[in-house]
Design a protein. Structure first.
Length: 359
């Protein structure tokens, strides 16, 4: 009997991407919206779905969705590419412009899936360092790019898990210096004060990725998109699987945009809660809180971060534990929840910090 086929040699040591899910009353670990979509949206979506010809393949070009998104973000439809979550956007970019013999650059600490998907696609990864405040230093970044000449550069802004928002000047400096393609991941872009979308141009090698998972409360439906020069979109469409974006997802994407005012109100509420959370955390002895332009906040514990995480779980609150990650020693990331969820977290944290300090 022959031995079983093994994965590619470069994938044998690769671990999967995981975010532990525990059955607790307050889950603040995956940066989802704490609010369900508006009931009116759900009703409209179900009505449209009932009328959809489910025996037919979906529109491969997602024309209605791309047109609606173009109106929403003020971009021509030729610059829009849609996929199953922003992660599939990133994967398609790497399958198209990465691969064997090519390099992708990231600036750590940052979103782990940038490196993970790059490695899965056979793309070599080079790692640049962020400054102590988690920003990307433009001069250091340019020297790094000159050294490695990557085909792809990934810049997460607001950065996950730190919440750091890069100035427009940094984005412009990097895109002007790269020989390849700069991909700005704006999964949390609606919560920040500015966006790189306004910098996208037909002759500029810049791609900006967005998602419906956060602001639009549609994490379960998996819809993301990017704004890019038309020549980039044309190449992505050649690589992505045919009929990859299901009819229910396309319909939801179009209909959700009718509820922009409701989503704007939610963004304002979550930003307000984020700043309240930061202020309350800043008053807790034994915790350092970092600035954030996203729907989450990163804190550093002056002690055992994992022990604090466990004590929060024991109190029914789940946050994301980064305490043993490189460059993020003793850090925890907390998603901004509802006011009640945030109050529960703060009360649990104050108690848990005291316990860890005594221990």
């Amino acid at each position: 009997m022959s031995s079983r086929l093994t994965p590619r040699d470069d994938l044998r040591a690769l671990g999967g991407y995981h975010s532990p899910q525990l059955d607790v009353p307050v889950r603040l670990n995956t940066n989802e919206s704490p609010y369900s979509p508006p009931p009116e949206f759900v009703d409209a979506w179900l009505e449209a779905l009932r009328a959809a010809p489910l025996n037919r393949y979906p529109d491969r070009d997602a024309r209605a969705l791309r047109a609606a998104l173009g109106d929403q973000v003020g971009q021509p439809v030729e610059r829009l590419f849609c996929a199953n979550g922003s992660n599939e956007v990133l994967q398609t970019i790497l399958l198209t412009f990465g691969g064997a013999g090519r390099t992708a650059a990231v600036f750590e600490p940052t979103y782990a899936l940038h490196s993970h998907i790059a490695l899965v696609s056979g793309t070599r990864v080079v790692v640049g360092e962020r400054a102590v405040d988690f920003t990307v230093d433009p001069s250091a970044a340019l020297a790094f790019l000159r050294e490695h000449r990557p085909a792809l550069v990934f810049l997460c802004s607001p950065n996950n898990p730190t919440g750091t928002v890069e100035p427009s000047g940094t984005v412009e400096a990097i895109v002007d210096a790269t020989d390849g393609l700069l991909v700005v991941d704006e999964a949390y872009g609606e919560f920040a004060e500015h966006s790189a979308i306004e910098l996208v141009a037909d002759d500029r090698p810049l791609v900006v990725a967005r998602t419906y998972s956060k602001v639009w409360s549609m994490a379960a439906l998996r819809l993301g998109f990017c704004v890019a020069p038309p020549w980039v979109v044309e190449e992505l469409e050649k690589v992505v699987l045919p009929y990859h974006l299901a009819v229910p997802t396309q319909l939801a994407g179009v209909l959700a945009l009718r509820y922009g005012s409701e989503m704007d109100e939610r963004v304002s509420l979550l930003v307000q809660e984020r700043e309240r959370l930061r202020a309350e955390l800043g008053a807790v002895d034994g915790v350092t809180v970092f600035p954030s332009g996203a729907n989450f906040v990163l804190v550093r514990v002056h002690g055992d971060g994992h022990a604090l995480w466990q004590r929060l779980v024991d109190r029914g609150v789940l946050v994301r534990d980064f305490s043993d990650w490189p460059r993020l020693a003793e850090c925890l990331r907390v998603t901004v929840g509802t006011p009640d969820e945030n109050d529960t977290f703060l009360a649990a944290l104050r108690e848990a910090v005291e316990e860890v300090r005594v221990a």
